[in-house]
Design a protein around this ligand. Structure first.
Ligand SMILES: [Zn+2]
Length: 250
């Protein structure tokens, strides 16, 4: 079976594909402790995008955006960030480039919390002004936590257990599990979003029970998200990527 990732496909291979939609993975380059790579969020975004695309068919995964909105992580070494406006413009430019190839259906898939507002802004611009049908997926930790409740204890930490598990699944050669640690505190689930430096919240820059991460859990996370998301993408497909009454409960 052909790769679904445009960055890995030759002109010959892509010419034979019958793609009608694309997924743009949005990642980040930021400090994920001594045990996970800087590209953790980019690896997660691309792995989820590829899993969705393989299941869905006729879907091209665009090269992942390696820079995200990470200003809140800049106090930590080698974190690289772009502004929300920059990310939104990049997404819009990439989506515009797809139009010339007959693709006007795009899933923006962010695996980094800081990107979500910029992804939403880009999606609204594309929908309103560019006649591109857009859906957005973000928050994989919270969504897999709900999907795997009772089977896996999925955390919401930064570089914690679930991010370690997903990286062990998608790019095991990048993980230093021997350097992973355990920190017994979690995000408290505030009802408001406080915007500020992550260094003020978690001074060492990473949190959670990373040492408990496993490849099996990473595989379970990807499988659970495929089961959760792909049926909804199929529904969207069946309705021509148009919002409508089908989105309501009977
Ligand atoms: Zn991360």
């Amino acid at each position: 079976m052909n790769d679904v990732r445009l960055g890995r496909l030759t002109g010959h291979a892509v010419a034979g594909g019958r793609y009608d939609k694309a997924i743009l993975p949005l990642g980040a380059t930021e400090y994920h402790g001594p045990h996970l790579p800087y590209g953790t969020d980019t690896i997660a975004a691309e792995a989820l995008a590829a899993a969705f695309a393989r299941e869905l068919g006729q879907t091209l995964v665009l090269p992942p955006m390696p820079y995200g909105v990470s200003h809140h992580h800049l106090p930590f070494p080698w974190t690289l960030s772009v502004r929300p406006d920059t990310l939104s413009l990049v997404v819009r430019d990439v989506a515009d480039s797809l139009l010339g190839n007959g693709i006007a259906k795009l899933l923006i898939l962010s695996a980094h919390d800081g990107n979500a507002p910029a992804a939403q802004v880009a999606a609204r611009h594309l929908s309103q002004d560019h006649h591109i049908s857009v859906a957005v997926f973000s928050g994989w930790q919270r969504k897999s936590q709900a999907a795997l409740a009772g089977r896996h204890r999925i955390d919401l930490d930064h570089a914690g257990q679930s991010e370690t598990s997903l990286t062990l699944y998608a790019a095991p050669e990048t993980v230093r599990l021997d350097l992973a640690s355990m920190e017994a505190n979690e995000p408290s689930g505030l009802a408001i979003d406080v915007v500020g430096s992550f260094a003020d919240v978690v001074p060492r820059g990473y949190s959670g029970a990373a040492a408990s991460g496993t490849r099996e859990e990473g595989e379970a996370i990807v499988a659970a998200l495929v089961r959760l998301v792909v049926p909804h993408l199929r529904l969207l497909d069946a309705h021509g990527w148009k919002a409508g009454a089908w989105m309501r409960q009977p």
